[in-house]
Design a binder for this molecule. Structure first.
Ligand code: BEZ
Length: 402
């Protein structure tokens, strides 16, 4: 089944963070043996890397996240150099809406303060400027925006392709269609076969919780991805995110408040915008593989928003699909990256809107398991502290080098 019974490193989950970890680990330590075990196949559509695009941005309500996004740039550049072409389309990132509305991605007001403090470029925009320049309609007097020119759209398919090719160049062994059911401090169990490892990294997305347990304090958002046909072909948009208050009636979401979209893409010969709700009416404690399509209510709320704010698209939802994204339950956590055990043999990295950080996360995890300095503070990403305290756990508290 595998070429060895013992590896220096076993990575559970062949998603982009797992691939990036294997690449950085082998780059530092070419003679080491690395095994990636993937439940399905590399770049399947059932996990959190489904679809073709993700947003790249600097603006965050937390300064350390803006610093992390900025620090990721050189790691993206390295991947783009290997690829021979860009992986991020720098169309810019527009954030607009109510400055104090807070979603899981952040808040406009504090994000502006961080960009100011770190001296990163952006433009402040009024509702009228956003309407005139980008063509949105029906924005309220109190709505504001920021346009950050370094932001843009990440090509998910090509990013995974380049990472997979790098892993193959470095002789990383990839075992697909095999599920790990148990991890212990000596290795992993695949179909009752024990494979030993010095270190284990768990990057299995929403499946990680089954292996790590409640220390990974996460929920799964079942998210809609929708496309709307562009009415005027000359029209285009940057990557964008809209913020407003959510409205609930009898505990049911009737206005989701948060929407996002990308520049236009050609699907089957026609131009479309991918426009998605950044909320879910179907949040589950664990991954539910029986859910295969988003709730119609979320699609309807998005279409109503499109009718009100995007006159240049046809408000008919098409090419609808589901993404199942694991997110930290604690709103203060942006992602988890931590050891699960006091002997520091097992690292987990899971949950959050992480695609933009993938090459850097791979580097940080690889350096952690190699026991080498990486200079980044991972303490904001520690596993659930209450559960750790009961197990007498400690975490690394290195500082950012900025
Ligand atoms: C983000 O930039 O983190 C993000 C963008 C769209 C949806 C959710 C998150």
């Amino acid at each position: 089944m595998t070429s060895k019974s013992t590896y220096n490193l076993i990575i559970v989950g062949g998603g982009p963070i797992g691939l990036a970890t294997a690449f950085h680990y082998k780059k530092k330590n070419q003679n080491a043996s690395v095994l990636i075990v993937e439940k399905a196949y590399v770049h399947n559509q059932s996990g959190s890397s489904n679809g073709q695009t993700r947003q790249f941005r600097y603006q965050y309500a937390e300064k350390y996240m803006t610093e992390l996004a900025y620090a990721t740039e050189s790691y993206w550049k390295e991947l783009e150099d290997f690829h021979g072409d860009k992986l991020i389309n720098r169309v810019g990132s527009l954030w607009f809406g109510e400055g104090d509305a807070e979603g899981s991605e952040g808040q406009i007001g504090p994000a502006m303060e961080n960009l100011d403090e770190l001296n990163l470029p952006y433009e402040k925009l009024t509702n009228k400027e956003i309407e005139d320049r980008f063509g949105f309609t029906g924005l309220g007097e109190s709505e504001v925006g920021l346009f950050q020119p370094n932001g843009g759209t990440i090509n998910v398919v090509e990013t995974i392709e380049v990472l997979k090719n790098l892993c193959m160049d470095f002789d990383v062994e990839i075992l697909e269609y095999n599920e790990i059911n148990v991890i212990d401090s000596t290795g992993v169990h695949v179909d009752n076969i024990h494979i030993r490892a010095e270190k284990i990294v768990v990057t299995a997305g929403a499946n990680s919780k089954k292996l790590i347990g409640p220390m990974l304090n996460t929920v799964v958002w079942n998210l809609a991805s929708i496309h709307y046909k562009v009415k005027y072909e000359s029209f285009d948009l940057p990557s964008w995110f809209y913020f407003s208050e959510q409205i609930r009636y009898d505990d049911k979401l009737v206005e989701g408040g948060f929407y996002y979209g990308f520049e236009k893409i050609n699907l089957e010969g026609e131009w479309y915008f991918r426009i998605c709700p950044a909320f879910s009416s179907q949040i589950e404690t664990d991954l539910n593989e029986n859910i295969v399509m988003p709730l119609q209510a979320d699609v309807d709320m998005t279409t109503n928003w499109v009718k009100k704010h995007l006159g240049f698209v046809s408000p008919v939802p098409e090419f609808i699909s589901l993404g199942q994204v694991s997110l930290p339950r604690e709103s203060s956590k942006k992602l988890y990256l931590d050891y699960t055990d006091s002997s520091q043999r097992i690292v987990v990295c899971s949950s959050g809107w992480n695609f933009k950080f993938i090459p850097l996360l791979g580097y940080i995890i690889a350096m952690e398991v190699l026991g080498e300095r990486h200079g980044f503070d991972i303490s904001p990403f520690a596993l659930s502290t209450l559960l750790q305290a009961s197990e007498g756990k400690t975490t690394s508290t290195r500082k950012l080098p900025f």
